[in-house]
Design a protein around this ligand. Structure first.
Ligand code: HEC
Ligand code: HEC
Length: 286
């Protein structure tokens, strides 16, 4: 081998190593549920015009600029408005982009989806994005909290998460120094524990058999990066906590409420498991 080729190879290699070192921590072998979806479902997700979840994103956009509550404010009053981009009918925008300056608060929604759940100092518990949005409604708008799976909540969550589409999910909850570490441990235990009449753990399906067909479904790794997700079987979107409850019921185990500590801990663990995967919200799944 010529010396010149060798040198350029070494340069290329060290550039690669440098890049790898700068990249976000990625869970080994983690694969998005997208990869396991049929070509038709993938195409539906890829094209905003055919993605049925975009109807809910449209609801989110309406809510974003709607004044509500006794403070007389909308989300946009503080965080900046949705960029004009509505379609002709004015029903909903395609590829909605919020003002990335973050408006008056300077708190932009870009990147928000990559860092939730966060640790809430007041409750000393994890706080998921739905709870963060409701906190703004009750504390900052003096408006009523939304129901966990209302169209307004799912639509607004999707709109916020869409601002991080393509950005990698980050989590350091596995580290002892992280305030989320206790929740991470509890979530990991829940994930690996056998339960229900069928005596099965989440792990037994989603770690051990991704890529295997189970009835009408192709088992995936149960990654969190597409939620809230539009599910063709439901003909509407659902939150990740709805999915957790569904899988608990599938093995005839006790299920928990949306927003319960059990599911919040699980979300902390499963977000860590999805680290490095790109935000796909709103995803489409079978
Ligand atoms: C009166 C101003 C105000 C209004 C109205 C408001 N927010 Fe906020 N928002 C804030 C402030 C200030 C913060 C920073 C944390 C806090 O509440 O002290 C914040 C934080 C957030 C965060 C967390 C950002 C992060 O980086 O973690 C999200 C998400 C959010 N708001 C969404 C919304 C949504 C959705 C609405 C409308 C339903 C809304 N906010 C309405 C002031 C507001
Ligand atoms: C008997 C097997 C089985 C068990 C056990 C199971 N699931 Fe599932 N799960 C499925 C099937 C089938 C689907 C639909 C196909 C897919 O996405 O894997 C699914 C889907 C999911 C999804 C949606 C993934 C996506 O990309 O939309 C999540 C999240 C999930 N499961 C979480 C869990 C959790 C958490 C547990 C444990 C409490 C669990 N599952 C236990 C079979 C199972």
């Amino acid at each position: 081998m010529k010396l010149k080729t060798l040198t350029s190879m070494v340069v290329a290699l060290s550039a690669g190593a440098l890049l790898a070192a700068c990249q976000v921590d990625k869970a080994p072998d983690s694969v998005s549920g997208y990869t396991f979806a049929t070509k038709d479902t993938q195409a539906m997700q890829d094209d905003n015009f055919s993605n049925p979840a975009m109807l809910w994103v449209g609801i989110g956009e309406e809510e974003w600029i709607k004044k509500d509550g006794s403070a007389g404010k909308s989300c946009a009053s503080c965080h900046g408005g949705a960029k004009p981009g509505s379609d002709e009918e004015g029903m909903y925008a395609i590829d909605p982009v919020l003002d990335t300056s973050g408006g008056a608060t300077k708190i932009s929604m870009k990147g928000v989806a990559t860092k939730y759940p966060i640790f809430d100092k007041a409750s000393k518990k994890p706080m998921v994005l739905e709870e963060r949005i409701n906190l703004c409604r009750t504390k900052n708008m003096k408006a009523k909290a939304w129901k966990w799976e209302s169209d307004q909540m799912m639509g607004t969550t999707m709109l916020v998460k869409m601002q991080s589409r393509g950005m990698p999910i980050m989590s350091t909850a596995d580290q002892a120094s992280s305030p989320l570490n206790g929740a991470w441990k509890a979530g990991m235990k829940f994930f690996n524990e056998r339960r229900g009449q069928m005596d099965m753990a989440c792990k037994n399906c989603h770690d051990d058999y991704p890529g295997t067909r189970i009835r009408a479904n192709m088992l995936t790794q149960a990654q969190v990066n597409g939620f809230p997700t539009f599910r063709l079987k439901w003909q509407k979107p659902g939150t990740i906590h709805r999915r957790y409850a569904g899988c608990n019921k599938m093995v005839r185990a006790k299920h928990f409420k949306r927003g319960s500590n059990e599911y919040k801990n699980l979300e902390v663990y499963m977000t860590w498991r999805s680290r490095g995967l790109k935000v796909e919200t709103p995803a489409v799944r079978n």
